[in-house]
Design a protein around this ligand. Structure first.
Ligand SMILES: Cc1ncc(COP(=O)(O)O)c(C=O)c1O
Length: 377
């Protein structure tokens, strides 16, 4: 019989009491952990430069602001997938740039074949690959398209830490890449974003942006520590039923917001992040093993389709995406939830249907499906 007080959360990093206690002790006694954490990330990614900021959204915003300062031509558009996390267009808007959508292929959840080629790239500053659900995007093709047009590439691996394509880690393909240490990610420090690059020029532009950011206050750090304790206590299936039964917490819901701060990373959170980051290989291996099992077990067919990784990709499987016939979607979700499995319908709409983006979507004459409001400027 199903245990009513057991619910598997849709996302999160397993974290024990020992992790929390060690991290709190280290946060109070050691000042150098952030430096070590940065070095660990830099070495693992194999990049020359790495910096930490408050969130993944802040990292994407700052990356775009940095690229904007490097551009002499006043290009002001950023190409993103037409279906992705709402944080991506919100970061573009927060950086004062315009969103240009490129179609997504539902069978890969990556840019559709020819979608980039169909765009007028003359005002495009950057293209953002979003490696959705930890399935690496086709960065070799995206990079080729961008290089031919002098467009910057942002390899947004907020969802794909631990993944790779063509033997190269996700996040390191572009002119600049990023990771997130948010609560729902493969490695968490409650909040946190990372910028990586091997370009001296881009690194300098990022440093200019990061240098002037406000640092975390004591109250914010104490709040992070308190959240960490609650997270460790309630993320386990034996505890998650509690927050899951409180709708006002809004768990698993997606909102479009641009009012997040651009700030420094909270050094108090470095010990827990660094500790979990050291387990990244084990975390990723477990996720891949779970995905293999589901791939073998699920009754694939026209009403339930899988999203196979791109050729040469090693996914991080932040989520295990499946395509369900719309007629059955709600039934399937309700059945999974009734069995204590935190499945979600993911992002509620395509980016073109986010009302707050009205006026920020850029389309052109040749692009017919780039936005719902072709008159937007
Ligand atoms: C693709 C992508 N980019 C950026 C972000 C923003 O990261 P954060 O939640 O740390 O702000 C997210 C968040 O999930 C994301 O999925």
């Amino acid at each position: 019989m199903m245990d009513a007080l057991r619910f598997v959360p849709p996302a999160g990093t397993p974290l024990g009491l020992a992790d929390v206690l060690c991290s709190v002790a280290q946060a109070l006694t050691r000042a150098d952990t952030l430096q070590r954490f940065k070095e660990d990330v830099r070495m693992r990614a194999g990049v020359r430069y790495c910096d930490f900021v408050s969130t993944g959204r802040a990292a994407l915003t700052l990356a775009l602001l940095a690229l904007k300062t490097l551009d002499g031509g006043g290009r002001d558009e950023v190409v993103i997938p037409s279906y992705t996390c709402f944080s991506v267009p919100s970061s573009v808007v927060k950086a004062g740039l315009k969103v240009r959508l490129a179609d997504v292929d539902p069978m890969t959840l990556d840019f559709a074949p020819g979608a980039l080629e169909r765009l007028d790239g003359s005002r495009v500053l950057a293209v953002v690959a979003t490696n959705l659900y930890g399935l690496p995007s086709d960065l070799p093709s995206i990079t080729r398209w961008a290089r031919e047009r002098g467009v910057y590439v942002v390899d947004d691996a907020a969802q794909c830490l631990g993944g790779s394509i063509g033997g190269r880690p996700s996040g390191t393909w572009g002119d600049v890449g990023l990771y997130s240490f948010d609560k729902g990610k493969n490695v968490t420090s409650i909040d946190g974003g990372v910028l990586v690059t091997s370009s001296e020029r881009v690194a300098e532009a990022i440093t200019e942006q990061v240098r002037v950011l406000p640092s975390c206050t004591m109250v914010e750090s104490a709040t992070h520590l308190a959240k960490l304790m609650v997270y460790a206590a309630l993320l386990h299936p034996r505890g998650y039923w509690l927050p899951n039964s409180l709708p006002f917490l809004g768990l698993g819901t997606t909102a479009y917001r641009t009012d997040y701060p651009l700030a420094q990373y909270d050094a108090w959170m470095a010990p827990v992040g660094c500790r979990l980051f050291a387990r990244l290989d084990a975390i990723t291996a477990q996720r891949r093993a779970n995905a293999d099992r589901l791939n073998r077990m699920l009754p694939w067919g026209p009403k339930l389709e899988s999203v196979p990784p791109r050729p040469g990709a090693e996914p991080a499987y932040l989520r295990f995406p499946v395509l369900v016939d719309p007629e059955y979607r709600d039934v399937v979700l309700a059945a999974l939830r009734a069995h204590g499995i935190g499945a979600t319908a993911s992002y509620p709409t395509a980016i073109s249907d986010v009302p707050e983006l009205r006026g920020h979507l850029q389309s052109d004459d040749r692009e017919t499906r780039g936005g719902r409001w072709p008159d937007a400027s």
